[in-house]
Design a protein around this ligand. Structure first.
Ligand SMILES: [Zn+2]
Ligand SMILES: [Zn+2]
Length: 153
């Protein structure tokens, strides 16, 4: 494995450096940094790489939340982090059922890639949405046929 830039890169050659002090409920090391309570890996990143631009989060490439090895850290947008991380949204993305309880597998799943994100859609929900729309339209048509004035959207 070769590195061609000076920027820290994830490499298996450097082991994780576990934060030896206290960790928060999420398993991240906690530290006082510039008078503020922050996570140890953020502080470590800022110490080595400089301030973290607003809106960006420090992600563990090694997925070890206690790790403060800067070459195991990278900046991501909050959204990217949510998608690849272990947070509730990321877990949700990996759930086997959609929020309406349809099984998300096989023919019930529509996947499309937009930019760098992969979207998974429940086909059954789509059908139900269409069905509700159709039912509304049918109801409206019936009302119109019966001479009832309805507001057309
Ligand atoms: Zn690590
Ligand atoms: Zn569904």
């Amino acid at each position: 494995m070769t590195t061609d830039t000076a920027a820290p890169r994830f490499t298996a050659d450097t082991p994780c450096i576990d934060w030896p002090r206290s960790v928060n409920n999420y398993g991240y090391g906690v530290v006082q940094h510039n008078g503020k309570r922050t996570t140890a890996h953020r502080a470590a990143y800022e110490n080595v790489m400089g301030p973290i631009p607003k809106g960006l989060v420090v992600d563990h490439i090694c997925r070890n939340r206690k790790c403060v090895n800067v070459s195991h850290l990278r900046l991501l947008t909050d959204k990217e982090n949510v998608l690849i991380g272990d947070g509730p949204t990321a877990k949700n993305k990996r759930l086997s059922h959609c929020k309406n309880g349809h099984l998300l597998s096989g023919e019930n799943i529509a996947v499309y890639v937009k930019g760098s994100t992969t979207h998974r859609h429940c086909i059954a929900c789509g059908h139900e949405r269409d069905e509700r729309k159709n039912a509304k339209r049918r109801a409206k048509t019936a009302l119109i046929a019966a001479g009832v004035k309805v507001r057309l959207e």
